[in-house]
Ligand binder design. Structure first.
Ligand SMILES: NC(=O)c1ccc[n+]([C@@H]2O[C@H](COP(=O)([O-])OP(=O)(O)OC[C@H]3O[C@@H](n4cnc5c(N)ncnc54)[C@H](O)[C@@H]3O)[C@@H](O)[C@H]2O)c1
Length: 297
């Protein structure tokens, strides 16, 4: 049976890959965003997610792309992938980042649970580990950064993401719905592979994000695997490539830029510092797009 999925933020950098991947795999998809998609891969329902009334309407909508189809009656939605957000500090005021991200996510979870939608995948972020938008250099408590880490950021963006994880857990507790929160690493488009020449020349450029990366297409696969895997309840999973986005080995990067951070396990030569073990274990995710292969293309 065709599954119906609503993707929020499908007009954005990361969300467009999720929409494309789901459509390519036979899902019926509705994009809910405040701006249209550049490519019309799915229908966009223009919605402001900070308005609860609009969110309840959107999540009860028909996902059909063509209004002249035989049957356009709204049908139950199987899953929501919630990516819409302000994805960083600096582009709008801190309080707007916080309000939009926190209220948008509350509204999506509230509407999904009250409309009987049983699966929500949320975009959380690697910034929750506290190094990315810290006022100055911060040493994490340990490496690799795994989901057991005591997250303690200082900025409004990462704080909004942690609150969203707490909200997600509360809705799971209330209704039993599956909510998987993806702490996503730095998302790359194919055009971004050109930047590796610069990034490799100066490895300090990606120090704050601990050299994490994830190709948007690999992130989309993780979302689809999450939709297809029922019954995990509430889970937080990092989503990152297997390797660091640097031509320096992981041990060298840590020695140069984070010499005082304890490393809890032995790590592979280029192993990611943003651990993706849980994602692989719970969802069977595998990386398809490695920067070394993409740069050569
Ligand atoms: N890009 C990254 O490297 C990265 C890393 C970690 C996590 N994330 C998270 O992934 C998600 C997607 O990020 P992105 O880089 O694609 O961001 P983006 O800005 O490219 O896309 C976000 C989309 O959300 C929409 N949006 C924002 N506010 C909205 C509102 N009130 N109502 C409806 N739509 C709204 C925007 O119009 C946009 O299309 C975000 O939740 C972000 O925090 C991104």
């Amino acid at each position: 049976m065709t599954k119906r999925v609503i993707v929020t933020g499908g007009s954005g950098l990361a969300g467009k890959w999720v929409v494309e991947d789901l459509v390519a795999h036979g899902y019926e998809v509705l994009n809910v965003d405040r701006v249209p998609m550049a490519k019309g891969t799915a229908r966009t329902l223009l919605t402001d997610l900070t308005d609860a009334g609009q969110v309840f309407n959107a999540l009860a909508s028909s996902v059909k792309l063509r209004e002249f189809d035989e049957d356009i009656e709204p049908k139950p939605i199987d899953a929501v992938v919630h990516f819409a957000a302000i994805p960083r500090i600096f582009t709008t005021t801190d309080n707007e980042v916080f309000r939009i991200n926190v209220m948008g996510t509350y509204n999506v979870l509230d509407a999904a649970s009250k409309l009987g939608i049983k699966k929500v995948i949320l975009a959380s972020s690697e910034t929750t580990y506290g190094t990315v938008f810290a006022h100055r250099h911060r040493d994490p408590v340990y490496f690799p950064l795994d989901e057991d880490y005591p997250v303690d950021p200082m900025d409004s963006y990462a704080t909004s993401k942690i609150i969203n994880e707490v909200t997600a857990k509360a809705f799971h507790r209330r209704t039993g719905m599956d909510v998987y929160c993806f702490r996503i690493g730095n998302v790359l488009d194919p055009v971004d592979y050109e930047k590796f020449a610069t990034w490799n020349k100066d490895p300090s450029l990606r120090k704050r994000i601990t050299w994490s990366y994830i190709d948007g297409r690999d992130l989309a696969t993780a979302c689809r695997l999450g939709i297809e895997k029922d019954g995990l309840g509430f889970e937080v999973m990092n989503v990152a490539a297997d390797d660091v986005s640097s031509d320096l080995p992981t041990a060298e990067l840590i020695k140069r830029f984070y010499p005082n951070v304890p490393v809890k396990k032995s790590m592979g030569e280029f192993e990611t510092i943003l651990s993706n073990e849980k994602l692989k274990r719970l969802l069977g995710w595998k990386q398809a797009y490695k920067w070394r292969e993409q740069v050569k293309k």
